[in-house]
Write a protein that binds this ligand. Structure first.
Ligand SMILES: [Ca+2]
Length: 415
């Protein structure tokens, strides 16, 4: 585990100073914070320059292996199989039984080297939330526990000893599109750190969620998502669990619903239309988040597994992880991700995997709503296009461990 406190210090000190220095002009740390919000073309560009080497290295090893050994033969004959098991118990509220099985995971998309290559994975069955966790659900959790999210906490002086006290301001990162076309080489042009933004105020202090209680909760950091799942007697999905479920029983299709992005001209997910990032034509009906379940469900009956908001998984992010698994040549059984994190575009910054893409994804910039597409982010960073959903292993009691009705007084003390 990295020293997260140290990591935060590195990030926040310049960030906090930057806020006070120039309105609308963030410091290097804000830029850095912005950079992790989404996987997109500029990041892909940076990533391709810095990270593709590692990914290629591993993918290349995998290709050599596949080309020259019995593994290739075995793989070519290998077919996915969905387990033929029945739900072991009555379905928990709002959850769907995902039977598990063996499948091809990843993509072969050249612009997504970290999601290459296809490799073989087997996972056991589990329950999964039908939708992203909503503001209503998160609100119930907060009412029951007093939990305070990372974005709501005032940074503590002891964590940022060099920051002037007046710069210790709670907030989060908000999509703030320019009103004119801009070069796509710098996320800084459309992401802003907004003091006072958090799950209750997605676009800043003057916004609220009154009319959005059935939208996915946003501005959720990793520990916020984990706290909710624990309280609900659940956990975050692994990356493999997310992908298996998202494919809905289909094998190596580009989209969760098939080969065509808009079959019969129909939008199948909440994504971005128009000209990114300045002109959102809202052809799918939504400028930002949509009520969960607004688009067709996938083959398992799950909603918004592509689009709407990115979702946390429990795996650490490594750009070379899939290459490593493929190189091993065997079937990865219930993989839980690598033991550490490495994003070649930001070495030393530990990140977890995000999945599914968001209402900001477009093929002009970030097409990571495709099956197998990956995202990533620092554990203490939420945005207004990042949420989560939970899974539950069969047989686990759904007692609201409610952290034994424990309230999160310690967190309150940080306000
Ligand atoms: Ca989603």
């Amino acid at each position: 585990m990295p020293d997260l406190r140290e990591a935060r210090k590195r990030k926040w000190v310049p960030l906090l100073i930057g806020i006070g220095m120039v309105v609308g002009l963030a410091g290097a740390a804000i830029y850095r914070k912005h950079r992790v919000q989404t996987s997109n073309a500029s990041e892909a560009g940076v990533y391709c320059e810095n990270g593709i080497g590692a990914a290629k290295h591993h993918a290349g090893m995998a290709n050599e292996l596949a080309a020259g050994s019995h593994v290739a033969e075995a793989q070519s004959a290998w077919v996915p199989r969905i387990n033929d098991n029945q739900p072991p118990e009555r379905a928990p509220d709002g959850m769907i039984w995902i039977p598990g099985g063996q499948f091809w995971m990843g993509t072969q998309e050249d612009q997504m080297p970290d999601a290459k290559p296809w490799h073989r994975v087997y996972i056991d069955g589990y329950w999964m939330d039908k939708t992203e966790v909503t503001n209503q659900q998160f609100s119930t959790f907060v009412s029951a526990t007093g939990y305070v999210t990372v974005a709501e906490r005032k940074p503590r002086q002891e964590d940022y000893p060099n920051a002037p006290p007046e710069k210790l301001v709670a907030g989060s990162v908000v999509f703030s599109p320019p009103d004119h076309p801009v070069a796509l080489d710098n996320h800084f042009r459309w992401w802003n750190y907004v003091p006072g933004s958090n799950w209750r105020h997605p676009e800043g202090p003057r916004s609220d969620i009154k009319a959005r209680m059935n939208h996915p909760v946003v501005h959720i950091a990793y520990e916020d998502a984990v706290a909710y799942c624990n309280w609900a007697g659940k956990r975050l999905p692994t990356e493999a669990e997310f992908e298996f479920a998202s494919r809905g029983g289909l094998d190596r299709k580009r989209y969760l619903w098939g080969d065509e992005f808009m079959p019969s001209g129909k939008h199948m997910a909440n994504t971005f239309q128009g000209h990114f990032p300045d002109t959102n034509t809202v052809e799918d009906g939504y400028r930002a988040t949509s009520p969960v379940g607004s688009f067709p469900s996938n083959g398992y009956g799950l909603f918004d597994m592509a689009g709407n908001v990115w979702e946390w998984t429990s795996d650490w992010y490594r750009a070379d992880y899939y290459g490593t698994l493929a190189t091993r040549g065997d079937i990865a059984i219930n993989p839980k991700g690598p033991a550490d994190s490495l994003d070649p575009s930001e070495p030393g910054v530990w990140k977890r995997v995000h999945r599914g893409g968001s209402f900001l994804c477009t093929d002009q910039y970030c097409a990571r709503y495709v099956a197998g597409g990956r995202g990533k982010g620092e554990v203490d960073t939420g945005t207004n296009h990042l949420g989560f959903r939970c899974v539950r292993e069969p047989g686990r009691k759904v007692e609201k461990a409610a952290a034994a009705n424990g309230r999160f007084e310690a967190r309150q003390g940080e306000l």
